[in-house]
Design a protein around this ligand. Structure first.
Ligand SMILES: *[C@@H]1O[C@H](CO)[C@@H](O)[C@H](O)[C@H]1NC(C)=O
Ligand SMILES: *[C@@H]1O[C@H](CO)[C@@H](O)[C@H](O)[C@H]1NC(C)=O
Ligand SMILES: *[C@@H]1O[C@H](CO)[C@@H](O)[C@H](O)[C@H]1NC(C)=O
Ligand SMILES: *[C@@H]1O[C@H](CO)[C@@H](O)[C@H](O)[C@H]1NC(C)=O
Length: 341
């Protein structure tokens, strides 16, 4: 319906009114998701919020469905009473739903059960997940984060999706929003709305997808708030695997117990698929696996500054042909010469 009665602002800015399914992992009652709902609605989009009933941080892409109604202590921030159904609609706003599952299960419930009732035969143009309370930089958190888990699950279903993760990690209810533009939730929500506009302006979504099949975005927003000087971060294109860290274990000399440290390891930073943002040395064609150096724009170092890091990912985990072929050839040759088959 919104598509036919686009508000004046949308007409003036030539941006498309999108069918947006909004989700997260910090629960449907978090300040960030509700501020983002308001910001995307203000841009004329038809926004359907379906978020987890409780905090589901760190669940990655795990898929857990509810088998009971809401149990004690109830929904996050007392947003749902104990004994309420496993999913439900806000009594004030019919566009807001909770579902008592993991983020990946919640987004699929949104896609298969709630969206068809809300959008009718019109498809979901975009899934927006977040903004998470805390950044999710690098491949290690790509797998661990429920915000990103819901995103790649939607991408796997064939729906363009964006994960957003904000530096301010305070877990807070929407009822704590100050309603000032400087509130960290409102600042993060504005980044989301700006990015959605940049992605969808001049795209007719009835003719063209917002992102190709199998492709999503993961976006890391810097820290906002009274204890930070950052309020208007520019967007910077980054690689997910740039300056990324993974765990290393050392033994504490005093206790003898293992402790983990962040290691900027070679494997996690191997530049196999992405654009190597290093105009000084790039030939435009990546012919070898090159390790990112500090000059390359990885999302981890970029979002530590007052910049929003935008990485484009694929859910195709396969190694590219130029790398896979020689490995296949060696295995095949050795199998044949050793008569293993
Ligand atoms: C912010 O706005 C909402 C909705 O108008 C209102 O319910 C809430 O009380 C306001 N919060 C503050 C701190 O003014
Ligand atoms: C978008 O595409 C549809 C289908 O081709 C067309 O009917 C509609 O007029 C287009 N909208 C705009 C704004 O160009
Ligand atoms: C994060 O947000 C909270 C809640 O608005 C705020 O109290 C805190 O100062 C913010 N953190 C930073 C680093 O600004
Ligand atoms: C913010 O900027 C002021 C003035 O430039 C500086 O004194 C202060 O240390 C900065 N705070 C942070 C958190 O960067």
């Amino acid at each position: 319906m919104w598509k036919n009665v686009a508000p004046l602002f949308t007409l003036l800015s030539c941006s498309a009114a999108l069918n947006v399914l909004l989700t997260n992992d910090d629960s449907w009652a978090s300040a960030n998701i509700r501020a983002t709902y308001t910001a995307l609605k203000a841009d004329g989009h038809d926004v359907l919020l379906v978020g987890p009933a409780v905090q589901q941080s760190g669940k990655g892409g795990t898929f857990v469905l509810p088998t009971t109604d809401i149990v004690a202590p109830g929904g996050e921030f007392a947003s749902i009473p104990v004994g309420a159904p496993f999913f439900g609609q806000d009594s004030q706003n019919p566009n807001l739903f909770y579902f008592n599952g993991t983020p990946a299960a919640t987004v699929v419930f949104g896609i298969d059960i709630v969206a068809p009732k809300h959008f009718g035969s019109s498809p979901i143009d975009l899934v927006v997940s977040g903004p998470n309370e805390g950044q999710n930089n690098g491949p290690f958190l790509y797998t661990l984060s429920g915000t990103i888990g819901a995103t790649y699950t939607a991408v796997e279903r064939g729906i363009p999706a964006i994960a957003l993760s904000a530096g301010n990690s305070t877990h807070r209810s929407f009822t704590t929003n100050t309603n000032e533009t400087s509130d960290p939730a409102n600042l993060a929500a504005k980044v989301v709305a700006d990015l959605v506009r940049a992605l969808s302006d001049k795209v007719n979504v009835t003719q063209e997808r917002l992102l190709p099949l199998g492709i999503g975005l993961t976006v890391n927003i810097p820290t906002f708030g009274p204890d930070s000087n950052c309020s208007a971060p520019p967007f910077t294109f980054t690689r997910l695997t740039g300056g990324a860290t993974v765990n290393q274990i050392t033994l504490d000399p005093n206790t003898g117990f293992p402790v983990s440290n962040d290691l900027e390891a070679r494997g996690i930073n191997a530049n196999i698929n992405g654009i190597r943002e290093d105009p000084g040395t790039s030939t435009g064609v990546i012919t070898e696996i090159c390790l990112l150096t500090k000059e390359d724009t990885g999302e981890t170092p970029t979002s530590a500054e007052c910049e929003t890091a935008v990485s484009i990912f694929a859910v195709d985990y396969d190694a590219p042909e130029r790398i896979a072929r020689p490995i296949q050839k060696r295995i095949r040759t050795n199998i044949r010469s050793n008569h293993l088959l």
